[in-house]
Design a protein around this ligand. Structure first.
Ligand code: PAF
Length: 280
């Protein structure tokens, strides 16, 4: 496995693969890897000739300084996990490589980046779009793998690829969960033991909501979920919204769209967790 810190060394290494029509699978990450990331690497490995993983904690997608400072950085462990998974290249740049000067690009994804995460984390998706576009330009992947836990991010990246005509296929991968249902996230390692015990309640509530989606309308179901979360004194709800899975527009009647998804963001202590469930 190769580890490169610069754009030029990464590009020089990958160029002959491109030239010989070898396919490049790419998994962009911010490190602090868990089984969910490794599942993306495994799938990328099965579907491509060579797999590149980037590890870069992208400062411009953090609208909260504290969150950026506390974001776990575990490069040594990440590198050994990736090596064991058969990753071929780690691209591990520092900020001066990625942003020799500030990138002022402004993306407009219409409604996609205004709702849910976009409402609560201003500038977040613009920062994601900037870094993902840069990473795609460096790695020139044939396929790029993204987890469905960050469902809104996935829709925005699909839109980015379409708007900018980037020749990459975006592969969505299912949410990877702990045995008790908690969606895997790099942030989970910041939960205290007590918070960790409470965390599965989020997914349990989503599962119950799915069950109830044939008895309640979206508005009633939203209120039911809000009430469940608010009754748990350790959780602070940021949002729960039922939206069209393709457009992210709010769903008024379940029959009005092909598939709907319930998306949630919750604080557990000072750790912000997101999750979602397809309601159909
Ligand atoms: O999902 C993430 O880890 C990040 O948002 C990404 C896509 C690597 C961009 O920094």
């Amino acid at each position: 496995m190769e580890i490169f810190n610069t754009i030029i060394t990464t590009q020089s290494y990958l160029a002959p693969f491109k030239k010989n029509n070898k396919t490049i699978g790419f998994v962009p990450t911010m490190g602090a890897l868990h089984q969910g990331h490794l599942a993306l690497v495994k799938q990328a490995k099965a579907e491509n000739d060579i797999v590149v993983v980037s590890i870069f904690v992208n400062p411009i997608q953090f609208n909260n300084k504290e969150d950026l400072l506390k974001y776990p950085r575990t490069f040594e462990t990440d590198a050994s996990l990736l090596e064991a998974e058969g990753c071929d290249v780690i691209f591990y740049p520092d900020e001066s490589q990625m942003y020799p000067e500030p990138d002022q690009s402004v993306y407009d994804f219409g409604l996609l980046d205004k709702v849910m995460e976009g409402k609560f984390r201003p500038g977040h998706f613009n920062g994601v779009a900037i870094v993902v576009k840069k990473l795609f330009d460096i790695v020139l992947p044939d396929k790029a793998y993204f987890g469905e836990k960050d469902y809104q991010q996935l829709q925005i990246i699909k839109a980015l690829v379409e708007h900018k005509n980037i020749p990459v296929t975006i592969i969505p991968c299912p949410i990877y969960r702990e045995d008790d249902g908690l969606a895997m996230s790099s942030r989970n390692m910041r939960l205290t033991a007590e918070e960790r015990k409470v965390a599965p309640f989020i997914y349990q509530t989503l599962l119950q909501a799915k069950d109830k989606s044939n008895q309640l309308n979206p508005n009633e179901l939203t209120h039911w979920v809000i009430q469940q979360i608010e009754e748990n004194s350790m959780l602070t709800l940021e949002y729960f919204e039922i939206v069209d899975a393709a457009t992210l527009l709010p769903v008024i009647n379940f029959n009005d769209c092909q598939s709907s998804i319930g998306c949630i963001a919750v604080f557990l202590g000072d750790v912000r967790l997101i999750d979602n469930i397809l309601l159909e």
